[in-house]
Ligand binder design. Structure first.
Ligand SMILES: NC(=O)c1ccc[n+]([C@@H]2O[C@H](COP(=O)([O-])OP(=O)(O)OC[C@H]3O[C@@H](n4cnc5c(N)ncnc54)[C@H](O)[C@@H]3O)[C@@H](O)[C@H]2O)c1
Length: 265
């Protein structure tokens, strides 16, 4: 895929998977905007890749629009949006719900993706289209034991990408979810020892960045790309829910507008 001369926004670009992806995008010739709440590491990564830093709290719709507006003002376009900022829950499933912690993880992991799409779409559409990738997780495809809140936000990101794809196709925009397994970033520092003990091959941030580029290059939409150690990254194959039947057992087609498998031309 041609990235030279393209403009890319990376949320959560100050660290881990986002920073590794920003480095790859810049090396391939893209102008990169790093957007993050971290005002210390964010500017450092931006300097390293010759890009710009934008202080962004992804939980704010207005902040997402402001940052995309800044990117558009600087470059006149936005071609790639990697909506990647995320956190794990700091709560335990077997304890009473901490409402603030719940709002926080939904705000960052889910609102961050939905608001990022809302901000990016009009700017991308104005120049004929673009590509959006939202970082979900393998926890968007299989539950992460002990972190139901993380699981529900990441499952929602997968569902959102799948649900939005047909609508965005009509505007020349692709949207996919990236679903990495455990990757060696600050996020998993507290549990890294468990993997080391059994010799589990945790992904590197660079491997996830490569999967992100593979997803872009494939050019599909509405896909959820799993990224697992030792395997090529690829779209997860969802099984279709069995179709409805009439009382006589014959196939019962649903209205075309409500058919999840229909895609606008
Ligand atoms: N590391 C893993 O094992 C793993 C696995 C699957 C998915 N993921 C997902 O990958 C993405 C990147 O995580 P990472 O592993 O690189 O972790 P990381 O902690 O290294 O990076 C996360 C980044 O998100 C930023 N961020 C947090 N809250 C923010 C907010 N409100 N607004 C803007 N930025 C904010 C942080 O400042 C940080 O720079 C996350 O969505 C995460 O859920 C990570």
């Amino acid at each position: 895929m041609q990235l030279a001369g393209r403009v890319a926004l990376v949320t959560g670009g100050a660290s881990g998977i986002g920073a590794a992806s920003a480095r790859r995008l810049a090396a391939l010739g893209a102008a990169v905007a790093i957007a993050d709440i971290d005002e210390h590491r964010g500017p450092a990564v931006a300097d390293e890749v010759g890009g710009s830093f934008h202080r962004l709290d992804v939980t704010s719709l207005a902040d997402n629009h402001r940052v995309v507006g800044e990117v558009e003002a600087a470059h006149g376009r936005l071609d790639v949006a990697f909506l990647n900022a995320g956190i794990v829950s700091a709560t335990r499933d077997d304890e009473p719900l901490d409402e603030a912690a719940y709002r926080r993880i939904v705000g960052i992991n889910l609102d961050g993706a939905v608001f990022g799409v809302d901000a990016a779409v009009p700017v991308m559409a104005a120049t004929g289209g673009g590509q959006i990738v939202a970082t979900a997780s393998l926890a968007g495809l299989v539950p992460l034991p002990g972190d139901a809140l993380y699981t529900v936000t990441k499952t929602a990101v997968v569902a959102y990408a799948r649900a939005m794809a047909p609508t965005l196709t009509a505007r020349g925009i692709t949207i996919n979810a990236l679903c990495p397994g455990f990757a060696d970033t600050p996020m998993i520092a507290p549990m890294k020892g468990q993997f080391d003990t059994i010799g589990f091959p945790v992904l590197t941030a660079e491997q996830v960045a490569q999967a992100f580029l593979d997803c872009l290059a494939a050019g599909g939409t509405g896909e959820a790309w799993f990224v697992q150690p030792g395997l090529p990254a690829a779209p997860y194959r969802f099984r279709n829910v069995p179709a409805a039947r009439h009382p006589d057992g014959s196939h019962a087609p649903i209205p075309a507008d409500l058919d999840p498998h229909a895609r606008p031309a």
